[in-house]
Design a protein around this ligand. Structure first.
Ligand SMILES: NC(=O)c1ccc[n+]([C@@H]2O[C@H](COP(=O)([O-])OP(=O)(O)OC[C@H]3O[C@@H](n4cnc5c(N)ncnc54)[C@H](OP(=O)(O)O)[C@@H]3O)[C@@H](O)[C@H]2O)c1
Length: 397
């Protein structure tokens, strides 16, 4: 029985993980669940999975959780240890005899606990890409020292992980990550200013949390994935390319030195990479309805990304070239910009401008520990909010 802890259990990846765990009940046992503020969902998950430990973002939420759990007429388990905040997240990865930590929190909120799991040499199924965007060098060096294994849950990186069974990293000449292109793939740039949060939250192929959905619509998410791939697989930035593939069926392509290209294909459903990560190195039979219906696959299109309309992609390559803490600055600036856009404080076209201007205006320095990364993150977020508030709706309709 694999003992599993899930950071971000109430989110999109977290819920998909629990669905997969339910399908793999014979071999998976959920022992810890950590969430942010969704008390109702965590109570429900606790009733179903009976973990030993749960955590929420703060004490008030934890107390509300305990009240609601014990008031449930269908609750007949033993009350789990209920913690909160940083202590709760750290406890969720240090609970005894843990086999897998699923890192599915969004943003750098997940850094401290994910880093701790890596330091403890755990197997980490990683969805929380911002951890590597903000602190890739630090996390990977620590993983090499501790023997921790990072299994990518992001579908593209999971695809790369699978393709790498065809040859070694040294034999790879190019890594190509696919991008759906998001909801505005064909929209003229002149219409970007009128895009509303509701339109941007309507992704054509994937159902995800709000931050990654907005990041997908600007291609910032793809930029983050370039950084994630650089750290996970140790490829050079110039080896990593992006191709737009609107059907989201091919997730990654690896070109080997002899010219052969190996691709990974599957329907756009996060439960597949999650199942792969939970059952690795074996493959578990998955449900029939989660297979590609080949009679429905009419065509697979590929086109280059439009870097002029989606400048955030290039900015991610730039952050990789700069190195050091540039990824941390990029992530923090983008997180604020996304929040401001969702809050209707800036327009869609402002997103790349805010990120780029904040990157230009924050002095770069080294961040050599999770604490230093989080300090820099806080500082950048302050600068970014100040920038947004001083110049609200600067370029908008
Ligand atoms: N969704 C996808 O299909 C997908 C695909 C590939 C990669 N990813 C990556 O996976 C990560 C999660 O994405 P998502 O779409 O699942 O995001 P999401 O739906 O927004 O979920 C985020 C999770 O983080 C939790 N959280 C927030 N603050 C927290 C805190 N202080 N302590 C502990 N947990 C906290 C949230 O809890 P509450 O809801 O309780 O507040 C929620 O469970 C992101 O890094 C994303 O880029 C997602």
């Amino acid at each position: 029985m694999k003992r599993i802890s899930i950071l971000g259990s109430t989110g999109s990846v977290g819920r998909n993980t629990l669905q997969v765990v339910r399908e793999m009940r014979e071999e998976c046992d959920v022992v810890a669940l950590a969430a942010g503020s969704n008390v109702e969902e965590l109570v429900h998950q606790t009733v179903v999975f009976q973990p030993e430990l749960v955590s929420l973002a703060n004490q008030t939420l934890r107390d509300e959780f305990l009240k609601k759990l014990t008031a449930r007429s269908d609750w007949n388990g033993s009350t789990p240890e209920a913690l909160y905040g940083s202590e709760g997240n750290l406890a969720a990865v240090s609970i005894g005899d843990l086999d897998i930590v699923v890192s599915a929190t969004v943003g750098v909120k997940g850094l401290e606990a994910t880093f701790d799991a890596v330091k403890r040499g755990k197997r980490v199924a990683l969805a929380n890409k911002e951890v590597l965007v903000a602190a890739g060098a630090l996390v990977m060096t620590t993983a090499r020292d501790s023997g921790a294994e990072l299994l990518p849950v992001d579908s593209e990186h999971n695809g790369v992980h699978q393709c790498l069974h065809s040859g070694s990293s040294e034999e790879v000449s190019r890594l190509i990550l696919t991008a759906s292109g998001g909801p505005f793939r064909t929209l003229p740039k002149s219409e970007f200013n009128a895009i509303t949060p509701r339109q941007a939250l309507n992704h054509p192929t994937w159902k995800m949390g709000p931050r990654i959905t907005i990041d997908s619509s600007t291609l910032m998410n793809k930029g983050f994935e370039v950084i994630e791939a650089r750290w996970l697989f140790d490829f050079l930035p110039e080896q990593i390319e992006i191709v737009v593939h609107p059907q989201s069926i091919v997730h990654a392509l690896l070109e080997f030195q002899d010219g052969s290209v190996v691709a990974q294909l599957s329907p756009p459903d996060m439960k597949l990479p999650i199942r792969y990560a939970l059952s690795y190195p074996r493959r578990q039979p998955g449900p029939q309805d989660r297979r590609l219906q080949w009679d429905c696959v009419r065509q697979l299109d590929f086109e280059p990304p439009d870097r002029e309309r989606f400048p955030l992609l290039e900015l991610a390559y730039e952050a990789l070239r700069i190195g050091g803490a540039a990824g941390c600055v990029l992530n923090a600036a983008d997180e604020v910009a996304v929040e401001a856009f969702l809050d209707d404080k800036i327009g869609f076209s402002d997103l790349p401008r805010v990120v780029s201007d904040v990157m230009d205006n924050v002095g770069l320095r080294q961040a050599n520990s999770p604490r230093e990364v989080l300090d820099l993150d806080r500082e950048v977020r302050r600068v970014a909010w100040d920038y947004v508030q001083r110049r609200p709706k600067m370029f908008t309709v």
